[in-house]
Design a protein around this ligand. Structure first.
Ligand SMILES: Cc1cc2nc3c(=O)[nH]c(=O)nc-3n(C[C@H](O)[C@H](O)[C@H](O)COP(=O)(O)O)c2cc1C
Length: 337
């Protein structure tokens, strides 16, 4: 993938351009413009799409897999799951019916197949207001304000994922947050002490995918690649965790590729709902990237036999929303034009 092609122009989509009178194939191409706005770890955007008639095949591109940070492809499948969720949300908005078949781990790099239908059934799990958030959602890295998450928001979060095989834990006990903050500091130090991890992170910073201008991206790449900033990063991140009003943890019963894809769908749905409620979202993956710390987190959060999949902060900030760039759809579509 060519870093020069990364663009923010993809965020401007006019919904009036939806080709309502055209074939399902053309409609699929339009819906995918929303899929590519999904979040992904390091903004690696590891998705690929192939449209054949009314069928969209979602696969991952191993070249965009974070092979050092994400050894077991957990973040990769979660990221593709986020793109799948955007696709479903957009399809429902435009009254396009669809059926999702999960295929992750069974058929090479194929993750799922989405078959579009002209007749649509209303969905109960995706409130209509989520659609507008597809082009508004962003990840925040700020220290959140000292303002609790209202019970109503917590209830809404639980309601929209009720029917899914993914469980949400909301942690706000100060002692528990402190312990998770300590784990985070340890994880940051361990990851940053690994030159291969720093090199990989430096590469993604250098592409500009994480949002800085070209020059800042190059300086960032040099700093991240050559210096072990683990202790500083750990101190900063543990404070971000301790001071957040709530830490969310998504867990699944199994630890299969499809369970991770479904985690991605649930995470993105919650991120869109949070965006609608002006709640900022910040995933933090370093603990989950180290197997021993992932187990320590499971024990700390008392989740029994469940497996931790995605950890993120929730809270409030006055920060201005800014979008990170994306590769345009043409760059990630394998469909022959
Ligand atoms: C599976 C996954 C893991 C992520 N892990 C982190 C993380 O550890 N730290 C972080 O700051 N952001 C993390 N993010 C957020 C991405 O960096 C962010 O989605 C990406 O840069 C695109 O920006 P946007 O979400 O503002 O569109 C993660 C996102 C996903 C989907």
């Amino acid at each position: 993938m060519d870093a020069d092609e990364l663009t923010r122009a993809v965020w401007d989509i006019s919904e009036d351009e939806f080709p309502a009178a055209s074939s399902l194939e053309e409609q699929a191409e339009f819906l995918l413009r929303y899929a590519i706005l999904a979040p992904s770890s390091h903004n690696s955007q590891p998705w690929q799409f192939t449209v054949r008639d009314e069928t969209i095949e979602l696969s991952y591109d191993e070249a965009r897999w974070l092979e050092v940070a994400d050894r077991d492809k957990r973040e990769l499948f979660i990221s593709v799951g986020c793109a799948l969720e955007n696709l479903c949300t957009a399809a429902e908005h435009f009254d396009v019916g669809y059926e999702v078949t999960y295929r992750a781990g069974e058929d090479g790099d194929v993750v799922s197949t989405v078959t579009l239908e002209s007749d649509s059934e209303p969905s109960s799990k995706r409130p209509p207001e989520l659609f507008d958030e597809l082009t508004a959602r962003y990840t925040s890295h700020q220290l959140f304000e000292d303002q609790p998450l209202p019970q109503e928001t917590r209830d809404q979060f639980r309601r929209v994922i009720e029917a899914d095989d993914v469980t949400l834990y909301l942690i706000d006990d100060p002692d528990e947050k402190r312990s998770i903050g300590e784990l985070q500091a340890e994880a940051d130090e361990a990851q940053m002490a690994d030159p291969a991890y720093r090199k990989e992170l430096g590469y993604w910073v250098g592409t500009g995918a994480l949002g800085s201008s070209w020059l800042m991206a190059r300086i960032g790449q040099a700093v991240v690649s050559h210096f072990d900033l683990g202790e500083r990063e750990g101190r900063k991140n543990s404070k971000l965790i301790e001071r957040a009003p709530a830490i969310a943890l998504l867990t699944t019963h199994d630890d299969t590729p499809t369970a991770r894809v479904k985690t991605g769908q649930v995470f993105e749905r919650l991120a869109l709902l949070a965006s609608a409620a002006d709640v900022a979202v910040h995933p933090m993956s370093q603990i989950l990237e180290r197997p021993e710390m992932r187990s320590a987190l499971a024990a700390e959060a008392a989740i029994g036999d469940e497996v931790p999949q995605q950890l993120f902060r929730l809270g409030y900030t006055e920060e201005e929303r800014t979008h990170t760039p994306r590769w345009p759809l043409e760059a990630v579509s394998l469909t022959e034009q």
